[in-house]
Design a protein. Structure first.
Length: 434
């Protein structure tokens, strides 16, 4: 690969470090060209890894794949290069919060995530995933891309109201240079599809299973497959019947309950075929809700709900440029700091940070018993490939609180739930988030 060296890197002024993990770090940078000024998130490998051939290959493999995805609901990678500090990726900087923070915010207030908000997040995340799944190589050959790490931390919801999928660092794609070693899982254990946990070949339907978990957690206000005892979450994914969303969300239409149920089917053949199908069902449900409630402005809702976070992010962006940022691996950010971290970079750190309970990036598992961009950003930057990241610390949430009161007035109108192949409700502590 041909690198853009110091000329390109010098165009970015480092402002502050956003996040740091075991493999790399992400920093907020600013680019100025005359009267033009814009913020970006720049990802780098730690000094200890920047000359390692395997890490470098993985870094740019990720960049090459993610750089091919151009969609309004996917975080854009805008530049790639190498300078005296090693290789780097420049990504779209997103003012907003991850989906996990939205659930946490509702938990802290003993409230439910607004139905329209959850539906819009699901719709746009599904559209972004569909764009990735349909990706083709420049030659026109399908890449059969599978994200493999869909989670609340890797779904960013901007203060502009747009949801974006990020972190393609562990994506599976035809033609990828690096390969996952046999017996090694990559991703977050609590969001993996059964076939992924069994080390079977996966396709786009594995991402739909993961998205189904995210939808359930947004609507139910709790972790679905929380790891409470060793690999208990893994066991439950493999063997526990899919939950009935209607048991925990009174305003969920039967069509929505059935969709989530099907997305969480153990057998991929019983799930929707594509993310586009998921988005269309959610679109229909949303239309009915808007017709009865009126339209919720997602951006306005988030700006009000996360006013303090928005202010912190903008204060960071106005900070004077720092001549140098401290280098090298650091401990994971605390939850309080993570609360102030939002950007494409947020997801970047997560994929780089091993999570003892949720990530299995290098952990063998024995399964037998076991900000909006409708088009490329309008900036004079060379388009290239991006990275991916996930955040374990972002998953740490509020203390357990009593469930918000809900009405069951619509339960009588519900269609009977399937029970033969797994319609039982998952009984786990409410309001817990790892």
């Amino acid at each position: 690969m041909r690198w853009l060296r110091s000329r390109r890197a010098s165009a970015y002024e480092p402002l502050s470090e956003i996040a740091s993990g075991g493999v790399g770090r992400v920093e907020l940078v600013r680019r100025r060209e005359g009267s033009f000024e814009r913020l970006y998130a720049r990802k780098r490998l730690h000094d200890a890894h920047r000359d390692d051939a395997e890490f470098r290959t993985m870094f740019f493999d990720e960049a090459r794949i993610a750089g091919l995805v151009r969609h309004a609901n996917v975080v854009s990678v805008l530049d790639v290069g190498e300078d005296d500090e090693g290789p780097y990726l420049v990504m779209e900087y997103v003012e907003g919060v991850p989906a996990s923070a939205i659930v946490q915010h509702a938990i802290a207030r003993r409230a439910e995530v607004p139905l329209q908000l959850a539906l819009r997040i699901g719709i746009e995340a599904a559209r972004g995933l569909h764009a990735a799944h349909e990706l083709t190589a420049p030659s026109g050959e399908p890449l059969a891309l599978v994200h493999r790490d869909v989670s609340p931390q890797n779904i960013l919801v901007g203060f502009d109201g747009v949801t974006r999928v990020t972190d393609f660092g562990v994506a599976k794609a035809f033609g990828r240079t690096t390969r996952t070693a046999t017996g090694v899982l990559k991703g977050k254990l609590g969001y993996m599809a059964p076939e992924q946990l069994r080390f079977e070949e996966v396709d786009r339907r594995a991402d739909l299973f993961s998205l189904g978990i995210v939808l359930y957690e947004l609507l139910a206000g709790r972790r679905l497959y929380r790891n409470v005892d060793g690999h208990d979450g893994v066991r439950r994914i493999l063997h526990e019947p899919p939950p009935d969303l209607g048991e925990v969300r009174a305003d969920a239409a039967p069509e929505l309950v059935e969709l989530v149920f099907s997305m969480l089917a153990k057998d991929p053949a019983h799930r929707p075929r594509t993310a586009l199908e998921v988005s269309r069902v959610l679109d229909d449900v949303l239309a009915d809700v808007v017709g009865s409630e009126g339209r919720l402005d997602v951006g306005e809702h988030l700006r009000e709900a996360f006013a303090g976070e928005l202010q912190r992010q903008r204060e960071r962006s106005r900070a004077p440029a720092r001549a140098a940022l401290s280098r090298g691996p650091r401990a994971a950010l605390t939850a309080s700091v993570v609360a102030g971290v939002i950007a494409a970079a947020i997801s970047v750190w997560a994929s780089l940070t091993p999570d003892d309970e949720q990530r299995a990036e290098t952990t063998p598992i024995v399964p037998a018993a076991a900000a909006p961009v409708a088009a490329p950003a309008p900036v004079p930057v060379i388009e290239a490939a991006p990275p991916a990241v996930h955040d374990s610390a972002q998953a740490d949430v509020a203390e357990e609180a009593p469930a918000a009161p809900t009405t069951r007035s619509r339960r009588a109108a519900r269609t009977p739930r399937r029970t033969a192949s797994g319609a039982g409700s998952s009984k786990i502590p409410m309001w817990e988030w790892e």
